[in-house]
Ligand binder design. Structure first.
Ligand SMILES: [Zn+2]
Length: 288
């Protein structure tokens, strides 16, 4: 009887969080602070332009597009700035997500911590240190217990990393948590050096100091959105839906939705979009 009850509870939990999927489809279930990850992709310990800050440790799983975005953005910095120290990548999620001793979120394969690029006083790249908090002038002092060294926020490299993350339309980056002072620093650099105004526009929204908790003066916390496909599979979106996301990912589903509910949701979403477009065309026609 008890076994039956457990099976029922498990089935209820599953149905509340979306349909079952084939074993090779990655799914971010639930929310980033209350969810889990199925068939996640592991980020290797090192690759072009990056190393993991905790090599060998298992907190390195994410949705495939999160892992691809980290790899692509780090490689782009290395290519754009020869002689860079590798980006140090902190935690993603545990192999199946869920609760983690070091984090409140990071549970469903959509979060990653990236340690800032840093330089010495001469502007030469040095290894990013996760325990140094930088002020709004970009100066970071190590605690005395660690040697009391001073490091400098590498604004050029950190901006290039940010712009690669937020301009990757496949990734749908929702937030990059970072302190207000460093955000201002990145934006004033971008206004002078960034040729694509869209990157600056997106950064003003996506770079954000959380209203509570860690101000993120020592690392970026990057979160990607669910997106239409993952939402249909049980991913729960919180927070903003940015206007530049083309949320027509549903139309590019590479496999069929797995339940009537999911199918219906996709059909309705598309129908709504068609109706909206038709209404807009009508309005335009009667105005002109
Ligand atoms: Zn984090």
């Amino acid at each position: 009887m008890r076994i039956l009850a457990n099976v029922l509870v498990a089935l209820l939990a599953l149905s509340a969080c979306g349909p079952a999927v084939p074993g090779d489809v990655a799914v971010s279930r639930g929310k980033t602070n209350r969810g889990w990850l199925e068939n996640g992709t592991p980020l290797p310990d090192r690759g072009p332009g990056y190393v993991r800050a905790r090599p060998g440790e298992s907190t390195r799983f994410g949705l495939p597009r999160l892992v691809a975005t980290i790899e692509g953005s780090a490689a782009s910095v290395a290519e754009r700035f020869p002689g860079s120290a590798p980006l140090r990548v902190g935690d993603l999620s545990a192999p199946f997500g869920g609760r983690h001793s070091r984090h409140g979120s990071h549970r469903s394969g959509r979060d990653v911590d990236l340690i800032f690029y840093a330089t010495d006083a001469m502007g030469r790249p040095v290894r990013g240190r996760g325990w140094i908090a930088y002020d709004r002038f970009g100066v970071g002092a190590e605690p005395d217990s660690r040697g009391g060294e001073v490091a400098f926020f590498d604004t050029a490299r950190n901006w290039h990393l940010v712009r690669e993350l937020i301009m990757n339309d496949d990734a749908s980056v929702q937030w990059i948590f970072v302190s207000r002072g460093l955000k201002a620093r990145l934006l004033s650099y971008a206004i002078e050096h960034e040729p694509d105004a869209e990157a600056i526009f997106r950064a003003t929204w996506i770079l954000h100091q959380p209203s509570r908790g860690n101000p993120h003066a020592d690392h970026f916390h990057v979160r990607i959105a669910c997106g239409a496909t993952q939402r249909a599979l049980g991913c729960r979106e919180r927070g903003p839906v940015w206007s530049w996301w083309h949320d027509v990912q549903a139309k590019r589903l590479s496999y069929a939705p797995f339940s009537d509910e999911g199918l219906l949701e996709n059909l309705l979403a598309e129908a709504g979009e068609e109706e909206g477009a038709a209404a807009a065309r009508e309005r335009f026609a009667s105005d002109s």
